[in-house]
Write a protein that binds this ligand. Structure first.
Ligand SMILES: N[C@@H](CCC(=O)N[C@@H](CS)C(=O)NCC(=O)O)C(=O)O
Length: 202
């Protein structure tokens, strides 16, 4: 089944691309020019009425296709078809995995995205408040790595992909000298071939 990923150089798009790469799923890329407003065209909104990237389309038989418009749903789709396990084995560490994954989705990624929207609205104090909350949550993830090399334990999972794209987005705003565990983890994740390819997809 042919898979096409629409996206741009954004954290959400990169997260989806990394997951497909790590899962060993082949896909083609459509770069969406956000500055030119390609994501707000009628044709694009037929795929995602919200006019946001990423979108994954899996072309089916006789014109029926799957359209997925949430980066985290694309990650789970990739995991479900992965040769490698990108989620914990059933019954083991599942709660920890979801706790860490949603930590990054709700505490780090969400306020970061809202800060960006407030900047676009000219609300700089609001933007700075949310950006600082996002970075604070990221910094407070340092203890996650005390006993394990990956965000949710001994194995690379979707939680690492979620955490990596947010750390990448604010890498210049972090005091890495204060974050030795996150620094070593960031280097480890950056060196993964699937991550390198996913980061370069758009
Ligand atoms: N919940 C969606 C959010 C998608 C989203 O906010 N995409 C941003 C880029 S990271 C976007 O398309 N922004 C363009 C705009 O707001 O005009 C997801 O996780 O995929």
């Amino acid at each position: 089944m042919a898979i096409r990923l629409y996206g741009a150089q954004t954290g959400n798009s990169r997260r989806a691309a990394i997951a497909l790469e790590e899962a060993g799923i082949s896909y083609s890329v459509s770069r969406v020019d956000l500055r030119a407003g390609e994501h707000k065209t009628a044709a694009f909104r037929e795929l995602n009425p919200r006019g946001l990237v990423p979108i994954m389309v899996e072309e089916g038989k006789a014109g029926t296709g799957l359209v997925v418009t949430q980066s985290n749903a694309i990650m789970f789709y990739a995991a479900s078809r992965s040769r490698e396990r990108l989620t914990p084995d059933p019954g083991q560490e599942v709660a920890l995995f979801f706790d860490r994954l949603f930590y990054f989705i709700t505490e780090v990624i969400a306020p970061n995205g809202s800060a960006f929207a407030l900047t676009q609205q000219g609300n700089e104090p609001g933007a700075q408040f949310l950006a600082a909350r996002s970075i604070e949550a990221l910094v407070q993830a340092e203890p996650f790595l005390v006993d394990a090399p990956y965000i949710a334990g001994d194995r690379f999972t979707l939680a690492d992909i979620a955490a990596y794209t947010c750390a990448f987005a604010v890498r210049q705003d972090l005091d890495w000298s204060e974050l030795p565990l996150l620094r070593a983890w960031y280097a480890r994740i950056s060196a993964r071939p699937g991550v390198v390819r996913g980061m370069a997809a758009f």
